[in-house]
Design a protein around this ligand. Sequence first.
Ligand code: ZN
Length: 77
Amino acid sequence: MLTKDDHLKAVYSSDIDTFLAKLEVLEQFNQGKFTCKYCKEVITRNNLYAIIPMPDKNVDMCCNRPDCVLSLSEEAK
Ligand SMILES: [Zn+2]
């Protein structure tokens, strides 16, 4: 099982497509079906900051707006 830190690292480090494919959400992502969990902005490769896998196999995503990044880091404490 991954920790929250591992999730964040996985996204920072690298191949977002591989990561999303592993979570079986790559197609949905490419269709613009994910929104920031905080501001509801549609997530693209340009504004993706973090992917947060949820226990129910869904994923939350966070955009790179400073407000949202701050909210995410507060939550990860
Ligand atoms: Zn946001």
